[in-house]
Each structure stands twice: as C-alpha cells, then as structure tokens.
Design a protein around this ligand. Sequence first.
Ligand code: BGC
Length: 761
Amino acid sequence: MRNLFFGAFCLLSLSLSAQNKAAQDAEMNRFIDNLMSKMTLDEKLGQLNLPSAGDITTGQAKSSDIAGKIKNGLVGGLFNIKGVDKIREVQRVAVEESRLKIPLIFGMDVIHGYETGFPIPLGLAATWDMQAIERSARIAAIEASADGIFWTFSPMVDVSRDPRWGRVSEGNGEDPFLGGQIAKAMIKGYQGDNTYSDNKHIMACVKHYALYGAAEAGRDYNTTDMSRMRMFNEYMYPYKAAVEAGVGSVMASFNEVDGVPATANKWLMDDVLRKQWGFDGFVVTDYTGISEMIDHGIGDLQEVSARALKAGIDMDMVSEGLLSTLPKSLKEGKVNQADIDKACRRILEAKYKLGLFKDPYKFMDSKRAKTEIYTPQNLAEARKIAAESYVLLKNANNTLPLKKQGTVAVVGPLAKSAVNMAGTWSVAVPLDKAPTVVQSITDALGKNGKVIYAKGSNLVADAKLEEHATMFGRSLGRDNRTKEELLKEALDAAKQSDVIVAALGESSEFSGESSSRTNLNIPDVQQELLAELLKTGKPVVLVLFAGRPMTLSWEQANVPAILNVWFGGSMAAPAIADVLFGDANPSGKLPATFPQNVGQIPLFYNHKNTGRPLGEGKWFEKFRSNYLDVSNEPLYPFGYGLSYTQFSYSDITLSSANLNENGEITASVTVTNTGKVEGKEVVQLYIRDIVGSVTRPVKELKGFEKISLKAGESKTVSFKISPELLKFYNYDLQYVFEPGDFDVMIGGDSKDVKTARFTLN
Ligand code: BGC
C-alpha cells in the first residue's frame, strides 16, 4: 500500500514538473517570439556570430571593430576574453548601446580547471574517480563564473586509439564507456541540474562532434572514415552520454565524416544528434570550421556557410561566414528564413535559459572574482586529484615510496619548470605560480634531507623542435651548454645523492592541439641522460611527464621505478612529492593502452578477435594475425596501474548463470588488500559477447568501481548485469541484445581478470 502511495506521489510530482517545464517553455517561447519579431535579418545573423575577442581591452571594447559590431547587433557571443571587469564592460556595450540590448554569451576553453589547474583530461580520466572529476569541473565552473565566463568548450570526449594524435591529452582515452561516464560527471560539475538557477553553474559544450579522435595516422585535423557500426559501437557513445546528461551545446569537429565535413554534415547534426538523440541545445562550429570547408573542397564561403546552416549549425566560431554570406544565400533561395530563424532561436533560448535576459551581468560579480578564484581550498583539492591521477607503471624492489631523508638528486629538463606543470589547454592558469618538482621535493624533505638539482639535458636535441614544443609562454629556457657539460653536472649531482629522481618526458605543448608525433619515446637527449644516470648504480625513479601514452619499452626494461604523472595542473609538483614519499598511495589506472612501439598503433584492448587470432600466450605463429618482430601485447594494458599495496581478487560469483530478457543478475568479487598500507583499487568489469550476428570485441568495459581498502581489509564489489548492458548496434544499426553466452571478466586491469560465463536466454 505504502509503495502504491509512493508510486502515485512520484507520478504526480513528475507530471507537475512536466507541467512546470511546459509553462516555462511557453513563457520562454513568448519572450523569444516577441524579440525575434523585432529583429532585422542582420540582427538575427549577429546572434549566430562568435568572434574571438583576441586581446580586447576595455578601451577596445568601445572602439574596436568588434565593439562596433556589438553595437550594431552583429555579435552573439565572444570567447578568449579574460577578466570580469573587461567582460562586464563588453556586456555593457551590448545591453546599453545595441538597438535590441541582447546580452552576449561569453565562452572560454576551461578544459581542466580555470585558474586552479587540474590534471589534463587524460590524467583526470586516469583517476577513474567520477566524484573527483565532477568536483574538478565544479570548481572550474565556480572560478570561471566568478570571472565572467559562463560557457565552457568542455568536455572533450573524442575517443582515440592513436597516441600519435596530440589531442589524446584533452580527452578520456580509448574507451567509450569510461569516456561516457566522465562526460556525465563533467557536465554535472559544470551545469549542475541544468537549470542555471544560480550564477555558479555554467553551460558546457561537448566536443568535437564527431569522431575527431580517429584522425588518420594520428595527424591532427586529418580525415576520419569508418563504418557506421564502428561509429556507433565504439566512438559515438560519449557524445550521446553528454546529450543524455543535458549538455547545453555541442561543438562540431574539424574532420569529415563519411566524406562530408562534420560542420556541413546534416546526417550527423540533424538526423543523429537532434532527431535520434533528442538534443535541444545549440551547435557551434569549431574555430574557423566553416571557412575551412573551402579547403576541404566543398565550395566557396557562401556555399559552405549555407551548407553549415542547412546541416544544423547555429553558431559560427570565427569564420563570419554565416553573417557575411547568408543574406545573399537567402535572396538566391539557397537557405530560407526558417533555417535562419531556427538557429537564431536556439542561441536566444540558451541565453534565456542562462538567465541573461533577466540579468545580463549575472556572472559578472567582481567581488566573487576576488574571493572565489585560485583559493587555498581549490588548490588543496587540485593537489588531491593530481595525486590520484598519477599512474605507477613500475616499482621494482619497492623503490618507491622514498624515505624523507638523505640527498635526492632531482634531474631533468622538467624538474625546475613551473610553466610546464599545468599542461596544454590551461589558458587561465597562472603558469608561473605552480611549484616545481625541485621545490616540492625540497619542501617535503624539510630539514631531514636535501635536494641537488641539475638540468641534465635540454628537452630535445633539436632546438627547433624544442621551440615548437614549448609555445605559449612555456619555454624551458634552452640551455646553451653542450650535452656533455649538462650531463657532467647531472652525474656530479647523482654521485652525491642517495636516490635520483629524473623528471623527464614531454613538455606541455608536446601534446595537445596540432602536436602530433610519430616518435613516442622520451626524447633523445633525455633518454641518453636517463641511461647515464642508471649507470651510476643509484636507485632511479623516473617521473614521467606525458600528454599521451608513450613508448617506454626500454624504460620498463631498465628503470626500477616509473611514475607517470601526465600534466597534473597547478599542484602537480606537491602531488608528485606526496606520491614519491608515500603520503599518497598511487591509484591511477591507464585510460589508454601503452604500446610497445609506434608500429603497433592503433593498439587497443577492445579489439576484434579476427579469424586468425594468435594463440593465448603466444608471441608468433605463422599465418596468424601478428607481427614478426614484436608480440601483440601492449607494454601496459588499458586499466593498468600499480599501488604501494597489492590487491587479490576472489573468483567471480554469479547470482545466476542464466539471465532472462527482463531480468538482472549480479557478478561479485571479493577484493582484498594483501599489502601493508591502505590503498585504492579500481575494480573493472568487462564483458564479451561470445557469438553475435556480427563480430563482437574480445572484451568491453561495462562497469567499474573505485574502492578504498585498509591493509588486510576485504570488500565485495557487485555489478548488476541486465540485457540493457549487453546491447550493441547490429548490422542494421538497431540497438539490440542477442541471446547466447557471455563472458564476464572482473579485475584490476583489462588483462588480469577473473572470468565466469552466463547465458542470456
Ligand atoms: C579547438 C577547440 C577549441 C577552440 C576554441 C579550436 O582550435 O579545436 O577545441 O575549443 O579552438 O578555442
């Protein structure tokens, strides 16, 4: 009876909130109808125009070309402008000096934190901690909104299996399921309940729709081409998850999809995004996404702008193609008024939902800017999350954690750099404020020990390459000493020390946009330095900075301890010290496979079996799918990462070996911390569909849980498995499950798993 009442109550409140929403929508529509009835064609097109502010200043806002356009109602929003007072002034021009007083929307790439920098997204993904990721986005939203920014071009959820592509650093790695969970966590952190009822939640923009991470040969902006089945089963899930989470906007990608650039791809924008998935926000192009279609070869600016609008693009970032060419296209009948109105309406709806028509200065409270940004609390949170993102790749003979005593040689071109710690896409982070590795290790040792620093080598032998990899104020100060001189200084430091910490790897702009690489080794001179340090016979800890999976076969064979620290943000270095000295126990797990060498790429865990799979545990078999010169194995598999303690897994217990169409079973394991210290473990659930109407991957991640266990403690982790979890897109692109046998695998990474079998009836 009670349940009945409760059910009725829920239904009633659901229908009340649906009524509420309908009433609110009606009010919004009335408001927008009225506003649009007053708008000229140019004013409507102005709403679709998103120029980059560049280095607009308060003065310029009054006098620059952009300011003029704002006054004439020819700008819908601005991005790349920092500082609440500047933004307020620009907004004032819009709402006081333009005819219809329509407020602007202000965006920025707040990708992994605003001023308080969090780990790069690939690092955040390595935490596998959805609450932590949500908190990082929450803090980013609070800081950004305190400084006048209320629209972020994040989350970036492009699945990528190609670490040559520099932008793997900006995404969540190779797995669609993990990427989808992260997309939801980030959107929740930015948008909260999606009502923007206060001034501390900002609009997210999921990007880059779609398939940008599958650029051929890992070369940025390159062509993508794949079957629809692969698209829907392996690449689309995170974008769809973002739409389900209520993301307010979507950014189209630079690449083509099925021979049509995403920006003009009607099937992508309209059929899939809006009709299939029900997306009701607005779509913005990527930077010059419209004008780039001239080079793609599908028409001149007028043609590509018309195609973009027709495909479902609502806002034009930087190209000014919509603004400048649509009047002509309208006259010539290439677009119609309804296409323009639809796009204009979507931008106005976003502004309405954000509350800008009620208060255009809602996000422009300079008092907040003084007290809510880069606070000690936010930095403390960033430090915790950074430590959680680090992945311990190797730890022979318990080299780590180090004792807080003795002399530590801290060596390497990244050891004393503040500006490189935050990683790529940290536009608002005050780079020079980040502590360096040298400083944080010195702080951690206190009076009990000392640090000797030596640079040891430049970033890379080729000065030109170093210049390309240290842009945007991230210079490492190229050292003019010879390689031998640098090395000698490092070896002198090493000889006087008890342990060597080598801070090596990539600089922050070695990955990120337009930073593809064909060689994923630690760069030449750094690797030589590492080899020389090892020859001293002192214990060496490699602290590896990386914006992507790197090739570390030599390091794995030769270096006793490797801690992969990605780029950890503002508090990267204190977090490195926390982990090195055992104040934090590493718990990161790889969100992407680390290959043995570049020739294996793309190498990913959820591959197909082929008709000629290599025998289990085999290196090479003639006429099987393999290489002559290297095994099929990754160096470190997806999901891998060590801890200062160890975990053992029981066999899997299934609540039943039979799953019915409308039923649910649970798969449980008991995980025990068998080591001496408390630690966190990411328990991962994989499933394999043994026989399908189409071929299915050898395993797919379907669940995970991060648990904390005291030394000696055990916990049982249970995953629910319903037919819904077993669905996939079949040959006809229907989302279905198929009866038959399934393997369920649970373990601490994608290789080391326990297995059980059940049947779906
Ligand atoms: C990038 C986007 C970014 C945009 C705006 C583009 O170059 O591809 O990810 O959001 O610039 O800065």
